[in-house]
Design a protein around this ligand. Structure first.
Ligand code: KG4
Ligand code: ZN
Length: 328
């Protein structure tokens, strides 16, 4: 039995616009809660200063709630894990200071966690049998990367976006379509009712296993502007078809280099991670392609794809188990 079989971890995530906390006991998530900051919808994107101020307000209630849900009291907590990087500087500082203050008050170690690795490690939450190495397609609002996971703290970047992240492309195009921020999930929802063959979009010319999404944004802008000259209500009339065409296109762009890399690296296990991994078509095509190519495939529950603290807790737990967590 692992030395850490019964440890109680309290985890905090505050890297962007979600204030989240989780309790993990012996590697099992007992409770997790996320407070989303709706104020950013008004601005069409995250306003960093608002985000950090709202984390200050939300952290204590969120932590109190998660401890109550898990039926754990502060004195039972053995470690406090928090997101150290990457993210918005002010937001990270709020979470880090909160965690470190708790650490001093409780005399328990604080464990810094890498947010990007945590997205990938979220795959262990419902699949404790997953083993390293694996290849992970990590797609969110801030990053798009193909990661070769060798251990809980060792990931090699095999490919990444040269400009916008996939989630950023979804959100920026959603904004052009008049949808509220962040629009990725709404595009996914509307796409269910549209015909993905309606509009043809350009495939970016990028070498190796890298990505590019900025040209897609421009292509959609030209499409909308061109069609609006003849049809003023073009967006309203074709919203579902635009969403379906866009979604299928982004999924195709994401999967092609990923599975090429998997084949060239001789990988046996593939994982999906990040907020965009909540996308229905991406989940379906990822699993289908992996199965067709003979890989074992893993996708976190949707609640563990978008930003959450359960993934921070799981990362800290896995790092502790391999003796590599850096308590501070
Ligand atoms: O991982 P995440 O919660 O935050 C970052 O670390 O960036 O990812 C947020 C991104 C946003 O761009 C959001 O639009 C996108 O994930 N997203 C989706 C879906 N749900 C969230 N994109 C496409 N389809 C979805 N169902
Ligand atoms: Zn994230």
């Amino acid at each position: 039995m692992s030395l850490f079989a019964n440890i109680v971890l309290l985890a905090i995530e505050s890297s962007c616009d979600e204030t989240a906390a989780a309790v993990c006991v012996g590697g099992v998530i007992k409770a997790h809660t996320v407070a989303t900051q709706d104020i950013h919808k008004k601005y069409g994107g995250v306003v960093p200063e608002w985000a950090s101020r709202l984390h200050i307000q939300a952290l204590l209630p969120v932590v109190t709630e998660v401890l109550a849900q898990a039926q754990v009291s502060l004195k039972d907590v053995d470690y406090i894990a928090y997101t150290e990087e990457p993210g918005l500087m002010g937001c990270l500082l709020v979470g880090k200071n909160f965690a470190r203050a708790l650490s001093v008050a409780l005399n328990k170690p604080a464990l810094p966690v890498n947010h990007i690795y945590a997205h990938a490690l979220a795959n262990f939450i419902d699949n404790p049998g997953l083993t390293f190495p694996f290849l992970c397609l990590s797609v969110s609002g801030g990053h798009t990367q193909i990661l070769h996971g060798l251990s809980p703290h060792t990931f090699h970047i095999i490919g990444e976006t040269l400009d916008d992240a996939a989630g950023e492309a979804f959100d920026k195009i959603a904004y052009m379509l008049g949808l509220p921020y962040p629009g990725g999930a709404l595009i996914d929802k509307y796409a269910e009712q549209g015909d993905p063959n309606t509009f043809v979009l350009p495939v970016p010319k990028v070498g190796g296993y890298d990505y590019s999404f900025s040209g897609l944004k421009t292509a959609v802008r030209y499409l909308i502007e061109g069609r609006r000259q003849k049809e003023a209500d073009f967006i309203a009339k074709h919203l579902y078809d635009i969403c379906a065409s866009l979604r299928r296109h982004i999924v195709l762009i994401l999967l092609t280099p990923f599975f090429k890399a998997a084949q060239n690296l001789g990988i046996r296990r593939v994982c999906l991670a990040g907020g965009v991994a909540a996308n229905r078509l991406l989940r379906q095509k990822f699993s289908e392609t992996a199965t067709a190519l003979g890989y074992a495939s893993f996708i976190p529950d949707k609640a563990y794809c978008t930003d959450n603290a359960a993934m921070i807790a799981m990362s800290a737990y896995l790092c502790l188990n391999v003796g590599k967590s850096r308590a501070n």
